[in-house]
Ligand binder design. Structure first.
Ligand code: 0O2
Length: 215
């Protein structure tokens, strides 16, 4: 795999792409950790279970560019591939997902490029997750670069489903038998029901604890 070394958007080599997108992951990762710590301080609980981040492999970037009919150049990847830097935030409850997203979006240096709410409107596969594409400014020695980051926010249960579905998809090279697809949709419904019940249970526990503390 080779990129055509054309200049563009102030980013002109794979090494520089790596540096900028890694920095963007660090910036967003730190913002999320601070929000989580503050939440613990104010509300005595952590909305984030864990965070995973990755830089898309050059092979996957080239595959995505080809799929969309673009040449494999640095300017094209910077312009057309929104998930070179990807961060996945795993929360306990659905309500935490919206809380985290809102707190992040409200930060003045974050620009929102797109929001896809696959929780309110799941994919036909059953996939549920909240996706944000944002830019964050990266301060280099001689300039500021706005770097795009894809943020996927979901519950532990949604993540469990997505990782198994992803493995199944990979095993069957995209041609998943119909009965397995149907089973996955059913499992996705069970995941939604479980998330709903866990949320109610947690709210009940919070209420109970608050009333005990008041007495
Ligand atoms: P990978 O290998 O995970 O990075 P776009 O990224 O905007 O060009 P799209 O499909 O419009 O493409 O974006 P969308 O729907 O927001 O999906 C982006 C990512 O969400 C995917 O990245 C997956 O990680 C995840 N995703 C979307 N649909 C599904 C699904 O049905 N099952 C699972 N398990 N994950 C899904 P990539 O680039 O496809 O792959």
């Amino acid at each position: 795999m080779e990129f055509k070394p054309e200049m563009g958007n102030g980013v002109d080599s794979w090494k520089e792409v790596n540096l900028i997108y890694n920095s963007a992951l660090k910036e967003i990762g730190t913002k999320l950790e601070i929000l989580n710590d503050e939440f613990q301080h104010v509300h005595q609980y952590n909305p984030i279970e864990h965070i995973k981040s990755r830089i898309k492999t050059p092979e996957s970037i080239v595959k995505k560019l080809r799929k969309n009919g673009y040449e494999s150049t640095i300017p094209n990847m910077v312009k057309y591939v929104n998930d070179i830097a990807g961060i996945r935030v795993i929360c306990s409850f659905t309500s935490d997902i919206y809380r985290i997203a809102e707190m992040l979006i409200n930060q003045s240096d974050i620009k929102v490029i797109s929001v896809k709410d696959y929780i309110k409107k799941p994919k036909p596969s059953g996939y549920k997750s909240y996706h944000l594409i944002v830019t964050v400014p990266i301060f280099l020695s001689d300039r500021i670069v706005d770097a795009k980051v894809e943020i996927q926010i979901r519950t532990v249960a949604m993540d469990f489903w997505a990782s198994l579905e992803h493995k199944i998809h990979y095993k069957f090279e995209g041609n998943v038998p119909e009965y397995i697809k149907k089973e996955l949709v059913e499992c996705a419904n069970i995941v939604s029901a479980l998330d709903g019940r866990m949320l109610l249970l947690n709210e009940e526990v919070q209420k109970k604890c608050a009333s005990v503390a008041d007495t």
